[in-house]
Design a protein around this ligand. Structure first.
Ligand code: FAD
Length: 274
């Protein structure tokens, strides 16, 4: 069975939340396995993440809060886990997180995602299904690809049930990553994280910071469209649909959409696939 999930980020205003709840309802019609909601490292969105998670859960769909460990004390993490257990949440996306530059990792009790996975397992046993992040094109701060693969394997061994990848535009990087970690003993599902293409300048900025490569042929085409957003969206839909089809045909167990709190672009791709 192909799984489907959608990612949101917590909104800042009541108006934004109202819009997001409409998006939630549009996407809910496609029976996703869960909606995940990001978390600002150091607890910066703690209450807002919780509020959106609650609003999703109330609609009768599973919500998976993201939780990161850098900048949060273990006491804070323990109390967040308790809040989510009380709310009936049974899935968490467990991450290291990214603190603003300059803050460093030095003061964090837990410094890497494998330590957070271990902490959650020690605190709550098997209550939560734990998702972790995977980087087919290598994490941007990793010292080298082999070490990054080993660090991923360590996270899985610490107790992760499933993984979601950083987005990418090259299906081969996904297949290579999966082959390599499977050869190292990993047997959990690794779900491709998919970023629909809707706006070139934002995508380029974001991709630089998270280490996702936009292939030259895609970049050049998007640049050539300039402000023609209709052409960008049509091209984006075609490129992403083709890539998703290849991923699913090649054995990817599902698709996780980075929605950026919009329904349209993800749904256009998903409808082409089913
Ligand atoms: P880790 O797995 O800990 O890896 C981080 C880096 O450290 C890697 O380079 C790894 O190779 C290295 N490493 C791992 N273990 C060790 C070790 N023991 N010793 C030395 N080096 C090690 N960020 C947020 O702030 N909030 C979110 O909600 C959020 N959601 C995300 C969802 C997904 C699906 C993805 C892919 C990313 C998300 N991020 C989020 C971004 C993520 O927090 C950053 O990419 C962060 O830099 C790494 O997080 P991680 O959990 O992959 O860390």
């Amino acid at each position: 069975m192909t799984t489907l999930s959608f990612e949101f980020f917590p909104t800042k205003t009541d108006e934004g939340t109202e819009k997001l709840l409409k998006v939630r309802d549009e996407l809910a019609a496609f029976n996703p396995e869960f909606f995940s909601v990001t978390y600002g490292a150091g607890g910066s969105t703690r209450d807002r993440t919780y509020a959106i998670v609650k609003a999703i859960q109330e609609r009768g769909i599973a919500a998976a809060p993201h939780l990161s460990c850098v900048g949060d004390s273990t006491a804070d993490l323990r109390s967040i886990l308790k809040e989510y257990q009380d709310l009936g949440i049974d899935r968490i996306v467990a991450l290291r997180g990214d603190l603003p530059s300059g803050s460093g990792l030095a003061n964090s009790e837990l410094r890497f995602a494998n330590e957070l996975v271990e902490f959650i397992r020690n605190e709550t046993g098997d209550h939560f299904k734990l998702e972790v992040a995977a980087y087919p094109e290598m994490h941007p701060q990793a010292t080298n690809f082999e070490q990054d693969l080993q660090n991923f394997v360590n996270k899985v061994k610490a107790g992760a049930d499933s993984a979601i990848t950083q987005y990418f535009f090259n299906a081969d990087s996904y297949f290579y990553f999966v082959d390599r970690v499977q050869a190292m003993g990993v047997d959990i599902p690794i779900i491709p994280g998919i970023m629909p293409i809707t706006n070139y300048s934002k995508l380029a900025r974001f991709s630089d910071s998270c280490g996702a490569e936009i292939p030259r042929w895609i970049r050049k085409q998007l640049e050539a469209y300039g402000d023609n957003s209709e052409s960008i969206q049509q091209f984006g839909e075609d490129v992403i649909t083709d890539m998703c089809r290849r991923l699913l045909d090649g054995g990817a167990p599902g698709i996780h959409f980075y929605t950026l709190n919009q329904s349209e672009a993800s749904l256009r791709v998903w409808r082409n696939l089913v």
